[in-house]
Design a protein around this ligand. Structure first.
Ligand SMILES: [Zn+2]
Ligand SMILES: [Zn+2]
Ligand SMILES: [Zn+2]
Length: 243
């Protein structure tokens, strides 16, 4: 929902610390002069302005929930800049949702105004993205499913409630692991702080970054309680990873 959460006046929503202001979760991968985003949140336009993205080379989707896809319409300026479609990668299940939510994008009728131009790619296994191997990491998101992604010595896994045993080897030997930790209180479709800490202890990444954080977790307070190699991520956080 983002923090501040609309209508809420809790200590985190009213915090003066800019780290406590959270737009919806996504990441930008910049390498070899390319920009790839994982998910287009409802805040995508603002996030792209903030990160000064002049070009967009691909979008990769984790799953079809509104907080991860609703910014898709805002890729249009990048279509105009490149004069063509943008490659979009998503699992078959996510494509079903995207085609329903953005029916006008996939409508063959000639539109009167601009619509996003997309080149559809269905994720069925590891794929090459501008010479970097993207390895999908399937996980459970309540009764639904989600894809995490490993790229080099880093991985991004948001919106999961459980990581199946078969996916765990894909998350070994990481330098940086960005993972869902919604709040302390258990949630049916998200990992809690305790559950994510247990996964970090098991998979032993050098560093872990919690994301998809709700207003239950204050930035400074929570960081003070976490192990040193586990930090809350925050809007605008940047670091280098080995690809
Ligand atoms: Zn609040
Ligand atoms: Zn979700
Ligand atoms: Zn989400």
């Amino acid at each position: 929902m983002g923090v501040p959460t609309l209508g809420c006046h809790c200590a985190v929503c009213e915090s003066p610390d800019p780290h406590d202001q959270r737009t919806r979760p996504s990441v930008l991968l910049t390498y070899a002069g390319r920009n790839v985003v994982i998910d287009t949140t409802p805040d995508f336009r603002y996030q792209a302005m903030r990160a000064r993205i002049d070009r967009l080379d691909a979008v990769v989707y984790t799953h079809g929930h509104a907080d991860h896809v609703l910014g898709l319409d805002d890729i249009r300026p990048y279509n105009l800049r490149r004069r063509g479609p943008i490659p979009i990668y998503a699992a078959a299940e996510t494509w079903l949702t995207l085609r329903r939510q953005f029916a006008y994008v996939f409508d063959d009728a000639l539109p009167e105004s601009t619509v996003p131009l997309v080149e559809t790619h269905t994720i069925e296994g590891p794929f090459d993205l501008f010479d970097v191997k993207m390895i999908p990491v399937p996980a459970l998101h309540g009764s639904g499913s989600v894809l995490g992604f490993r790229f080099g010595r880093a991985a991004y896994l948001t919106d999961f409630s459980r990581v199946p045993e078969a996916s765990k080897p894909l998350l070994e030997g990481l330098d940086d692991f960005i993972l869902d930790a919604l709040r302390y209180v258990p949630h049916p479709t998200h990992s809690s702080v305790e559950q994510s800490l247990a996964l970090v202890r098991e998979l032993k990444p050098k560093r872990a970054w919690f994301t998809h954080i709700c207003h239950d977790l204050g930035h400074a307070d929570t960081n003070a309680r976490l192990p040193e190699n586990v930090r809350l991520s925050y809007d605008g956080l940047q670091f280098e990873v080995q690809l």
